[in-house]
Design a protein around this ligand. Sequence first.
Ligand code: ATP
Ligand code: LTN
Length: 331
Amino acid sequence: MEGQKPKIFSGIQPSGELTLGSYMGALRSWKALQDDYDCVYCIVDMHTITVRQKPAELRRRAMEQLAQYLAIGLDPERCILFIQSHVPQHAELAWILGCYTQFGELGRMTQFKQKSQQHAENITAGLFTYPVLMAADILLYQADLVPVGADQKQHVELCRDIAQRFNGIYGDTFTLPEPFIPKLGARIMSLSNPENKMSKSEPEGCVFLMDRPEDIRRKFKRAVTDSETEVRFDPAGKPGVSNLLTIYCSATGKEIPEAEAEFAGQGYGAFKAAVGDAVVELLAPIRQEASRLLGDKAYLEGIYRRGAEAAQCQARKTLSKVQRKVGFLPR
Ligand code: ATP
Ligand code: LTN
């Protein structure tokens, strides 16, 4: 069976608490795809240190993130779950790929431009070459598909360009990956500022997977909308309401027109309460299961150790092929 299904790779940084945005944009697809693909899912801690971290917090968040991966329904019997820094081939391949990536290409990355503004006092080489490490993540596992939110599309496209360039020089080496972006929920906006993406590094306006039900309800009650009363999907004119409709439909499986009709003539109060309830229903079981799993550290350690071994097995194969192709002498 293994090796016959198409392959998936994706990762999330343990840079903060997982949000409803990362769930609807990425994690939900990860879960849905695990039946039909060979999936490798990673906690990308090496990416996280591109911005200064507190070591104890980084460790704690990596563990919590693994518990949340399991709690949303990723099955360690069906997919590989591991921590990036446990598989040294990521860093090794990243070095090589960096020598096939243009300075100009990296300078055009939207995320780099944003993050270097946010962290103007500490714009490191790691922040700049971040997409090269991401390309190494994906290409090591010969992934066909990369399930991510819309903001990561540009990075997956750069990865594809690097792979194509390498294949052009050395012959077929890497599978060319494609982003997998959900139709609904690819870009969940902040509840307090619906012009901006909900992002864990800006906790204001975020709903977190581990939020208590009462906090979730309160956050939706306070969500920024507009001065009208009509529940209508119009992202340009009514970004707050449209975001809430997207969240509601993504949580309940309903279609946008159906939801618009459901709340016709009801005003925003009832609508916001219903969105809060739908999200509580979605997240409460995840929070419960993640809390339970965090009580069993030995179990979680077992999962990530086993994951690293399985991942390394695949990563070694790709890396040695690449080393041979570029002309490194075998040991
Ligand atoms: P940071 O603030 O540290 O940049 P983030 O909250 O933006 O983090 P990431 O860790 O960058 O989240 O993203 C994890 C995954 O979830 C990625 O695939 C990303 O595209 C997706 N994602 C993140 N935020 C959203 C969002 N608001 N809507 C849809 N998808 C999202
Ligand atoms: N840059 C991604 C995280 C990430 C990733 C990956 C996603 C690192 N390596 C490989 C998909 C595949 C982000 O969410 N900010």
